[in-house]
Design a protein around this ligand. Sequence first.
Ligand code: S3P
Length: 435
Amino acid sequence: MIIEIKRSGPLLGRVRLPGDKSISHRALLFASFARGNSVIENILDANTTRHMVDVLVNLGVPIKIFTNSEGSPTAKITGCPLLEYNRPKITVDCKRSATTMRFFMGALAAVPSDVYLIGDNVLNQRPMERVALPLRLMGATVETTNGHAPVYMRGGQLNGIDYRMPVSSGQLQTALLLAALNASSNSTISYEGTIRDHSVRLLRAQGANIESIPGQIFVRPSTLNPLNVSIPGDMSSASFLIAAAILVPESDITIERVNLNPGRIGLLNAVSEMGASISIEDQYNIAGEPCGDIRVRHSKLRGIELSSDQVLTMIDEIPIFAVLSLAAHGTTTVRDAAELRVKDTDRIDSIITSLSPFSAKITPRNDGFSVVGPQKLAGCVVKSEKDHRIEMSMIVAALVANGSTQILDAGEYKESFPSFLEILNQHGATLQCRV
Ligand code: S3P
């Protein structure tokens, strides 16, 4: 598919986004292992969550996906505690989704079956040893392929664990929480910095005995009650619209119902610090998560240096932050972001490869990059990268580049935000797709 993008007119109006990817994955999985019927509204209907649903259906979980009376994708799930699935052999094909693989490693660690977790070539590059190691310490047999997928596991009775996570990762934390709920004794999980805590919030709402203080979570073995939630909009998807509105002159948009979990709002804080006109118009709770309507207007930006905690709370937003930094006056520096090298692609390399054709000059570092701006971008013909967040960042760059742009071999955006192009077109941009 080829996406043709013209320099954009002002982006205006109110936008409502699909459900959050991280919360959708968790809600689908946790509801499947709770005894009884759960209803989850506004789930993200995208490639990544479809993979999760496929895996659950293959495991035998009864799941019905339909559009509810308000037009939102909804899942009805009849869950059953995992230990009762009782299969000698389980194969989990996670396709591209590292979230699915890491969550299932934790969830299946207590199951006495031969478990094979497989995925595509992109997923086979992602680190899995960070999850395998603590699960072994809890008593599971876990074999990775040189630290990566495919992964073989044989679970069984797990001991509780007192574990300090060596990487501040929401996925690792979730895998450990799921294993700890099925262990025979209590666990303590410690971590550095601010991590998205969607799992703690959802599992507690399902009756799990979990307590937390900053940097530590205490888990007692527990069973889960069903879940009835509506999922808020995705901050990571919102970030592309926020960036587009900041960059395109005369834009003024309001994005409704966005999740404002403290572990996810690094980009909002960073652009405020850079001088963007951005405000939270209304604040409320959805599914036990802080949420709000974000109003953002075209603004001039100044360069900043991101702190390591800021990086952690906007790790998925660094590619679009790179596009914003090109418009900022002065120097912008990203450090302590080496984790970007093990995302869907090596995102430090991909940021540079994907934005250089627009004439962007970005200086790479081992753990980040720096940019001196403002820089004028030029429309171009460029090949997409196998990475949804890199592709959406290229699309936003094209909205403000001089002339028009063609992105070849495109379509990755459907991984997490299938309505992205439609939303941009509805609010003032001009994008066309050709096969
Ligand atoms: C996620 C956590 C982050 C993020 C990913 C989703 C989650 O990954 O990059 O897109 O849902 O917990 P890490 O846990 O590897 O940092």
